[in-house]
Write a protein that binds this ligand. Structure first.
Ligand SMILES: C[S@@+](CC[C@H](N)C(=O)[O-])C[C@H]1O[C@@H](n2cnc3c(N)ncnc32)[C@H](O)[C@@H]1O
Length: 308
């Protein structure tokens, strides 16, 4: 599978179906090889996005978009305008430029001084740095990511920020390299949808949270099933849409992992125009598909708690 990063628009999008990205593989316990294949595709895309951000360009090559060499005309309804101005004081501009999430988990997570926070799929580090600011020098903010280029970018943003209570870890969110009961809050911003084994991610989140710990995650969530063509689209998978869980799947899988008090709060509803742009970008410009997808995709804040 390849994605042509020098090309923008439907005429040049690679959108061949990939067996490992079908609904079956994303919603059931996946075999190791399919998980590896999915991670390789995701690493390729987000490595490219990190290189762009490191070169001082907007990272727009993330959720909601395909990777294009000319980003001037890319309209990204998912990642734009996530952070309020006052909130990002003290955060390096480069970290903001590298932002590829679909929400603002630290704004909704109610972080306190001294808490230990872990960001799953921390990318360029924006939410880790915002967390570090909130938990202060007695707290700690960890970022976990599997993509080397993203980790390099995050380390550079940490250096620029001057925060000392920050640590970036290399690894997979399906196998978190931290001991059990070691963090108070798990945040994440538009990453769990990219995992081939979401149940395993939620089990790992539960394991590393201390009793009473909070799951406070932004992600794309579906309000119903998507048509098979959309589910199979590689561009829409790496663009954070077609691998997303439905509301019911998310709450069920959180409960299966042991979480309680799960709640899903919509934070951004995508309009027909947004859906059209997302489908156009991967060459699926069929009006019937737009109709079928319209009203089914949203960004949301997902809360849950590990029992005390
Ligand atoms: C859409 S970007 C979001 C980055 C960041 N959370 C933000 O808001 O800017 C997805 C990030 O998750 C990372 N990622 C995706 N799947 C992962 C996995 N299975 N394990 C670890 N990191 C993963 C990618 O490398 C990428 O940096």
């Amino acid at each position: 599978m390849s994605t042509d990063k020098s090309c923008c628009g439907p005429e040049c999008c690679s959108d061949e179906p990939v067996a490992t990205l079908t609904r079956g593989a994303t919603s059931t316990e996946s075999i190791a090889t399919s998980g590896e294949e999915v991670r390789a595709v995701v690493r390729e895309k987000y490595g490219e996005a990190a290189k762009r951000a490191a070169a001082g360009e907007s990272a727009t090559c993330g959720c909601g978009t395909t990777c294009c060499s000319d980003t001037s005309e890319v309209w990204d309804p998912i990642t734009t305008n996530l952070y309020a101005e006052g909130e990002t004081a003290g955060i390096p501009a480069e970290a903001l430029l590298a932002s590829l999430g679909c929400g603002n988990p630290t704004a909704l997570a109610q972080l306190h001084e001294g808490e230990r926070v872990l960001d799953l799929g921390s990318g360029g580090g924006i939410d880790v740095l915002l967390s570090a600011k909130r938990v202060g020098p007695t707290g700690k903010a960890y970022g976990l990511d599997m993509t080397d280029e993203m980790l390099a970018l995050a380390q550079e943003n940490k250096r620029r920020s001057g925060f000392t209570n920050v640590e970036f870890l290399k690894g997979e969110i399906e196998h978190i390299p931290l001991p059990a009961n070691s963090v108070d809050v798990i945040i994440s911003n538009c990453v769990i949808n990219l995992s081939a084994d979401k149940r395993q991610v939620l089990r790992e989140a539960f394991r590393v949270l201390a009793p009473g710990g909070r799951f406070a995650v932004s992600d794309v969530v579906l309000k119903g099933d998507l048509p098979p063509e959309v589910r199979r689209s590689v561009g829409l998978f790496t663009g954070c849409v077609s691998g997303a869980l439905t509301e019911d799947e998310f709450t069920t899988q959180l409960a299966e992992a042991g979480f309680v008090d799960a709640d899903i709060e919509p934070t951004r509803a995508y309009t027909r125009e947004d859906v059209q742009a997302l489908l156009d970008a991967v060459g699926l410009s069929d009006p019937n598909l737009v109709e079928q997808v319209n009203g089914r995709v949203m960004s949301a804040f997902i809360r849950a708690r590990k029992p005390a």
